[in-house]
Design a protein around this ligand. Structure first.
Ligand SMILES: C[S@@+](CC[C@H](N)C(=O)[O-])C[C@H]1O[C@@H](n2cnc3c(N)ncnc32)[C@H](O)[C@@H]1O
Length: 724
């Protein structure tokens, strides 16, 4: 039985008061729901043949049902999708709300000396990775790998935008944002070959459908993404919930903590940030997958409704039901899930006109649209008496085979729908799910909202869903720390007023060898030995397109605990090829000082790679590099061990998706350039970010002069096996 067997704790269940379908199945939400004690086959003569002792109950009707009306006062016009999605959607900004529109053992030890250095060309800096040669580029791994939220769904029939008012959860809202195959926006970055000076132009599609990545090169699958997202959602949600509950207790009133926590998750942290509504199966979700709350079914895209047991999409201007939550409980005598009966809302009119989700169900039948069924399974308590826990189990796809209006009394009818499970689907034994179960012990994990503590423009979240370990303490800084003696003066600048252009009148264009190395979209065009961005002495505005990497991070980056390489970094957003990611920031050290540092894990050698083989010819195009290496030039390194930024967590890969670029903008000293990391390919959300540390194999020594070795665990099929 496939299942989402996650060790992470249950996030808040619906018992947290989220008021999802669970609450619709108990207490006030039951009012107005027609309970059918046994399923019935609508044989056209009004006879109920025994089908299953399952019963669906009408989803959310509370709020519209008042008084003693047995079936609730759900009259025409009420309980439509327009109203059913109501308050919560507004409060939490779920799709459909207006707001969203829809360590290792180190290198050279103290006292060791740099070997293999030639004057002016430090072939190897044994203590650290550096910018430059010996990179092998992985193919763009955009979306062809089926990972990430942009991947075309493999098993999904189709997806649609729900945008019309008729379907909107609350009046006037767009109910989902459609992310269909976008095949535009070619972005390209020229990257150097491993050796030599010829540049290879890599064309990459932002929403890549043309690049086929071999299966064994695919880093992650849709299902892995779903599992990761769910696990992290549980950690994040629980932590936010705790915080919000504490605030809520202090205030005594205000936002519902669960809704506030979910809103935060949606806004800042959601990794499967994907509002698509699917018809048919949801990529990555399998029959038998079990969820702790209705919110989780929402997060994975199985059922994107919180208050309505029927979810729907708009297809050709009509609402069509796509998923349904069933509250029926299995019994030992009847564990048959082949047919199910769903009961709609009472219609109090003579013309028996149905609306809202009832109509969506009918349309689903008329269009033969498959419906996902999610079973709410309340397990027995441990002693067989107490209330157990509630799980949401994905039961597979069904078709509605029969629809009938049943007369309740004069002018009162109720729609009923018979669903039949589609053939050739994995078996799911709901009864087994109903047996006594303990929810798994809460796995705390680690979650920090912003490791930069406000120093970055965008919070850098940190998550550990592997253990309860926090990152080793360090001081987060957002600018290089220059020792006083190495403080640099301002560089010369250009006199451009309205932004720089390809003109020999622009001093910065001249410094760059006659071009601006960035596109107007803000992506790097060419990887170069050195780039001059406009700086504080320039006349151009901050928006000048020759100012890219000086503005800080612009993607939602996340520090996360990897399984084999310690902490790593990934993005929650899609990153187009050529985009700036972040600077490698730390303490500026002289080379000798760097050699003496006991821990060399976070040392990055700088300013020593302008003339290596791969830049042959290219360096000469940059005026400041034309004269070649200066003899006895000072060497520098950046150490991010004690002070640094998120870049200190980025791991090495033999097929990296980032590259390091030397950039100058606030001073002119080429021995201490800024190390800016750019995307070398389109990077889907959640894929680990990496660059080539560029160590020389057998060129790293310990303090006794012995060669040191360290295994590489980058996981690439092109992995050389060794970091150094
Ligand atoms: C700059 S740190 C990167 C962040 C580090 N993973 C952490 O947890 O802080 C460099 C160290 O990470 C580890 N590392 C990075 N990439 C690796 C890889 N591909 N294989 C094995 N270890 C790696 C090594 O211990 C390396 O010395």
């Amino acid at each position: 039985m496939p299942g989402l067997a996650l060790s992470a704790a249950a996030a808040a269940s619906d018992d947290d008061g989220f008021g999802g379908p669970t609450s619709a199945g108990s207490g006030t939400a039951l009012r107005g729901a027609l309970r059918m004690e046994s399923g019935g086959d609508l044989d056209g003569r009004g006879q109920h043949k025994a089908v299953a002792r399952w019963r669906f109950q009408r989803g959310f009707v509370a709020g519209q049902l008042e008084g003693g009306d047995r079936f609730g006062a759900r009259r025409r016009g009420s309980g439509t999708p327009e109203s059913n999605g109501g308050g919560i959607a507004e409060g939490i900004g779920i799709p459909g709300s207006e707001s969203d529109g829809g360590g290792g053992d180190g290198g050279l030890e103290r006292g060791s000396s740099v070997t293999g250095c030639r004057k002016g060309q430090k072939v190897v800096v044994p203590w650290r990775f550096q910018v430059g040669f010996k990179r092998s580029w992985s193919h763009g791994s955009g979306l062809g790998d089926g990972s990430g939220s942009h991947a075309p769904p493999e098993i999904t029939e189709s997806k649609f935008r729900v945008s019309g008012k008729q379907c909107a959860s609350a009046a006037g809202r767009n109910d989902s944002r459609e992310k269909v195959s976008v095949t535009s926006d070619h972005s390209s970055v020229k990257v150097g070959k491993q050796t030599g000076s010829v540049s290879k132009k890599m064309k990459v599609n932002r929403y890549c459908h043309c690049q086929v990545i071999p299966k064994n090169k695919r880093v992650s699958t849709t299902r892995e993404n779903i599992l990761v997202s769910l696990q992290e959602f549980r950690i994040i949600y629980r932590k936010l919930l705790q915080e919000e509950q504490a605030k809520w207790r202090e205030r005594g009133k205000g936002l519902r903590p669960d809704l506030a926590a979910f809103k935060m998750f949606r806004e800042r942290l959601c990794v499967v940030d994907d509002d698509r509504r699917y018809v048919g199966n949801v990529p990555g979700v399998q029959i038998g997958d079990t969820f702790n709350s209705s919110l989780e079914t929402f997060v994975v895209g199985l059922h994107r409704q919180q208050l309505n047991c029927v979810d729907y999409i708009k297809k050709d201007g009509t609402c069509v039901a796509v998923s349904i939550v069933s509250y029926a409980q299995a019994s030992a005598s009847n564990n048959n899930l082949e047919t199910l009966l769903h009961v709609g809302s009472i219609v109090i009119t003579g013309d028996q006109k149905i609306e809202g989700t009832d109509l969506a169900m009918k349309h689903s039948m008329d269009t033969n649209t498959p419906i996902r069924v999610i079973h709410v399974v309340t397990c027995e308590g441990e002693n067989g008496q107490q209330k157990g826990i509630t799980n949401y189990v994905y039961g597979g796809l069904y078709f509605i085979e029969k629809f009938r209006m049943e007369k309740v009394k004069e002018h009162q009818h109720i729609p009923t729908y018979q669903l039949r499970r589609m053939a050739e689907q994995a078996h799911v034994d709901i009864l087994e799910f109903g047996k006594t179960r303990k929810r798994q012990e809460p796995f705390d994990g680690v979650f920090m909202r912003d490791i930069s503590e406000g120093l970055e423009k965008i919070p850098v979240s940190t998550i550990n869903s592997v253990s309860n370990e926090y990152p080793m303490p360090f001081r987060y800084i957002s600018n290089i720390e220059y020792p006083t003696k190495h403080q640099q003066g301002l560089p010369s600048g250009c006199d451009c007023v309205n932004g720089c252009s390809y003109s020999q009148n622009c001093a910065c264009v001249v410094k760059n060898g006659g071009e601006i190395p960035f596109s107007h979209k803000g992506t790097i065009i060419d990887e170069k030995p050195l780039i001059y961005e406009c700086g504080p002495s320039c006349g151009c505005p901050p928006t000048c397109h020759n100012r890219v990497s000086q503005h800080g991070i612009k993607f939602r980056l996340q520090v996360f605990k990897t399984k084999s390489t310690g902490w790593g970094v990934r993005s929650l957003d899609f990153i187009p090829s050529g985009s700036f990611l972040c600077e490698y920031i730390g303490e500026l050290l002289e080379e000798e000082e760097a050699q003496e540092r006991k821990n060399d894990e976070y040392l990055f050698g700088i300013g020593n790679d302008y003339y290596n083989d791969r830049w042959q010819g290219i360096s000469k195009t940059i005026p400041s590099l034309r004269n070649g290496p200066v003899e006895d030039e000072d060497g520098f390194a950046i150490d991010a061990l004690n002070w640094g930024n998120l870049a200190r967590f980025i791991n090495h890969s033999c097929t990296p998706n980032l590259f390091a670029q030397n950039v100058l903008y606030d001073h002119d000293n080429i021995s201490m350039p800024h190390i800016m990391l750019f995307a070398g390919e389109d990077i889907p959300p959640l894929q680990e970010l990496s660059y080539d540390y560029n160590y020389g194999i057998d060129e790293v020594y310990d303090s006794d002069g012995n060669i040191k070795k360290k295994k590489c665990f980058c996981g690439s099929i092109e992995c050389t096996g060794w970091l150094y």
